[in-house]
Every structure is written in C-alpha cells, then in structure tokens.
Design a protein around this ligand. Structure first.
Ligand SMILES: [Zn+2]
Length: 465
C-alpha cells in the first residue's frame, strides 16, 4: 500500500508545486511576542468577562426565533452594542426568512384507555409542523425505533400516530455523532409517518439528559406526501408511553396543536467590523447564528457563539491591537430552520471585491475549549497546526481537518472554514429546549472560547493563510 501511495503522490506534488504561492510554503513559526499577546487576550477575557455579561443581558430579552418580532428587537440591541463598542462599520443585511409560530396550544394526553385515561404527555411542536384543527386528532399509537421497522409494520401504521422512540446513543463519546445518528426521526419522522399511512408523529427528544423536557428542532415535509403534525416528547414521558402501550396496546392519544407557518418575513444578518490597517480588503470572519428556538433562551445555541464573536473584536480594542486584516463579526440569521442568512452572506461574499481569508464559526456551545476543525487544503491545515503552541495559551489542544460550520460553509471562496470546538459532553443536555438558559453557561469556559478564537483571528490577521 505504501509503495502505491509514493508512486502516485510524488508526481502529483511536482505538478502542484509551481502553482502554490511561495509565501505559503515559507514556514512561519509563531514569535515570542505572539505568546505574550495570546496571554494578554486570555487574561483580559477571564478578568473582564465582557462577552459573558453581554450574553446575560441578551438572554433576559427572550428567545430569537427567525421571523419573530422579538428576534428583530434583540438584533437592534446587538447593533447598538456593536456601535457602543466602537466597531468601524456596523450594518444589517436584509434577508427574507421563514416565519413559523408555535401558537398557544400544544397538548397531548392519553385517551380511550382504562388505566391511563387523561394522563398528559409533555410534548412540544417541532419547528415547521402544521397544527391540528382546534378539536385536535385522536388516534392509536404505533411505537417504532427505525424507519425500517415502520415499513415492516405495513397496514398496522394506518391511521395511527407514529411514535419514534429510538434513544440517542449515550454510550457514544462523541455526542455530535450520537445526535446525528438519532436526529432523522425528528427531521424526517413526519414524512415517514405519513408515507406509512400515519396521521401524526411523536418523536423521542434527542438529548443526553434524562428529564421530561421536550427538545425541539427543525422538521421537514415532502410536498408530494400529506403533511401530518409532529411533536417532540420528553424522555420520561416517552418511556411512560412505551410502558403504557405494553399494558394497553389499544390506547389512543389526543393531540392538539395550533402552530402554523406564516408567509416569509423580513429579517437580517448583523455585521460589525474593525478595518485592517494593512490589508483592509482581506477579511477574517468570526461569527455564530443569531436565531434560536423559542424554548429556553438560546444561551448555548447560539447566543454564546454570537457574544464570543463580538468579544473577539472587542478584545482587539481593549488590548489596543490594530489588526492588519479586516476582522468581521457576523451574526447569521435563520440557521435553525432555513439557513437563509448563511446562504445570503455566501452569495454576498462571492460578489464583493473582498477576499475572505478565513471564516470561523462558534456553534457548539460555551463549554471548555478543545480544538479547531479546519476545512481547507493541507497547507492551510499545517499552517494553523503550527500555531498550536500559541493557541494552547487559551486551552486549545488540537487542530484537525473537519467541517467548519453550517453558516460559514456557504462562504465558498474562504481559504479556510474553521469550526471552534468546545467540550461536547453537556451540549445536548440543553440543546433546543427549556434547559438552554444563561445559568448553564460558565463564565470562564465561555471566555476561554472567546479568547481562543481571538488568538486564532490575530494569527490569521498577522500572517495570512
Ligand atoms: Zn446552533
């Protein structure tokens, strides 16, 4: 195997070499002064906790669901803050976004059962779901753990509410992988339920925490298949319903929802920047998504990423460091249920005369820093890896090849798309639920995230990629 790799790859290297700009081959070792600057970023972040305080203020203002009036109100607040912090340019970029509203009623209870009649189930409409008519729907329940199991149920699914009850694999150390393996019940459950002849979907919450809080999130429909309502259910009630079905397979569930989708509405990306002193047309972008679900406060997902990004720019001001390249903070709108903000920004990036050297996204919560994932060529990866001794000042342990982030993936021309990766063990305890509140954010962990991104932004701004 080794032999083949050598014979294939050597000629390729010679082919590629003449096209690689020579400055990118020169090894640029971090200098001693970079270590000192990194220590200053960390110290300032940990002692002043400015981004953390801003997150606390933002979280008191209520959730920021795409299309909601409150999301605009909070964005105006963020715009004011960016101006107060003295960014050189602050502007809002108009984007049309989907407008789904939860409504006031989301109720499920067991009916037509001797043992369990009237027992309420803790559910929450999934984002994008249709409602029921005001009287609700009443139907028997078919529990399944996979789409294959649903298919093999055949006519038993007819007229039923399909209960998707496959748990997230809590034995998997990588919680994002475990989430990815369970989440199709939520995103595709209504489609598969309807295809099988079902009239609704109840989906076991995709979470690592055992409580009774429903965890919501986006769900999809297929235009060629009738739409059926879809809800998430808390884990305790999911287990209760499963046990109840064993005792009484004939029980029914009465489901009433008044969520609905309104016409698309006007919203915005919010952008603030510090102009570069030497290469103002080269952008180093750092950002997160501004919208969140309407449960909890969107503190971890993704208020934290936004306020960390804002603090990155403020750290340059606080330390009186003028970046060589322009540093731009972007709050993308509508990551949760449409990615319209990211798409719009990507198109804008392609058509302006600026070059995006790098785009960094923080959208994995506010926990202790672990590393950065880099989507870019191997030279870029090696260059960023070479900065590890500096990044370690902020607690970064590794730099790996990997996905940068949902919103920044739309910035095709960026030399590197980089994902900030904090520890992931607690993230899905909170994700998309009433559990996602400011009290779960630790100030030191949050601030080390802001500092680690600031150090990376500084190095890219100084040396390029
Ligand atoms: Zn997010």
């Amino acid at each position: 195997l080794k032999k083949t790799i050598i014979t294939v790859s050597l000629p390729m290297i010679f082919l590629l070499l003449p096209f690689v700009p020579s400055n990118r081959l020169a090894a640029q070792q971090p200098k001693n002064q970079d270590q000192e600057i990194a220590e200053k970023y960390v110290r300032s972040a940990l002692t002043e906790q400015k981004g953390y305080k801003l997150l606390g203020e933002m979280c008191t203002m209520g959730p920021r669901l795409s299309g909601s009036a409150n999301s605009i109100r909070v964005m105006r607040w963020a715009e004011r803050k960016m101006k107060e912090l003295g960014f050189n340019r602050v502007w809002m970029q108009p984007v049309m976004v989907p407008h789904w509203v939860r409504g006031d009623v989301e109720k499920a209870e067991i009916s037509k059962s001797r043992g369990f009649n009237g027992r309420a189930l803790n559910v929450a409409s999934l984002g994008g779901s249709i409602g029921t008519d005001p009287a609700g729907i009443t139907a028997g329940v078919l529990e399944v753990h996979s789409f294959e199991e649903l298919k093999s149920a055949g006519s038993r699914a007819n007229g039923k509410i399909i209960f998707f009850n496959r748990p997230m694999d809590i034995g998997e150390i990588n919680t994002f992988r475990a989430y990815g393996e369970a989440v199709n019940q939520r995103t595709q459950g209504a489609i598969e339920a309807s295809r099988a002849g079902g009239v609704g979907a109840i989906v076991r919450s995709v979470t690592t925490r055992y409580d009774n809080v429903p965890h919501v999130g986006v769900m999809y429909y297929n235009d060629s298949i009738p739409k059926v309502p879809s809800v998430a259910i808390g884990l305790e009630d999911a287990d209760f319903l499963s046990e109840a079905l064993k005792c009484d397979p004939q029980l029914q569930v009465h489901l009433t929802l008044d969520c609905k989708t309104l016409p698309d509405t006007q919203s915005y990306n919010l952008i603030g920047e510090i102009t570069g002193s030497e290469k103002p047309d080269e952008i180093v972008l750092v950002g997160g998504h501004f919208d969140c679900w309407d449960k909890g406060q969107g503190a971890q997902d993704d208020g934290a990423g936004c306020m960390q990004s804002m603090e990155v720019l403020d750290l340059f001001h606080r330390l009186n460091i003028r970046p060589k390249r322009t540093i731009r903070c972007v709050f993308f709108i509508n990551e949760e249920n449409g990615t319209r903000g990211g798409e719009y920004y990507g198109q804008y990036a392609d058509t302006t005369g600026f070059e995006h050297v790098a785009a960094i996204e923080s959208d994995r919560g506010a926990a202790t820093p672990r590393g950065f994932t880099v989507h870019g060529d191997s030279l870029v990866l090696e260059k960023i890896r070479g900065w590890l001794p500096v990044l370690q000042n902020a607690g970064i342990d590794w730099v790996r090849s990997g996905h940068g982030g949902t919103d920044i993936s739309r910035i095709k021309e960026a030399i590197a798309q980089i994902g900030y990766v904090p520890d992931g063990q607690r993230y899905f305890d909170y994700h998309h639920s009433d559990n996602d509140v400011f009290a779960t954010v630790d100030p030191r962990e949050f601030e080390l995230g802001a500092a680690s991104m600031a150090v990376l932004v500084y190095l890219i701004s100084e040396y390029g990629l």
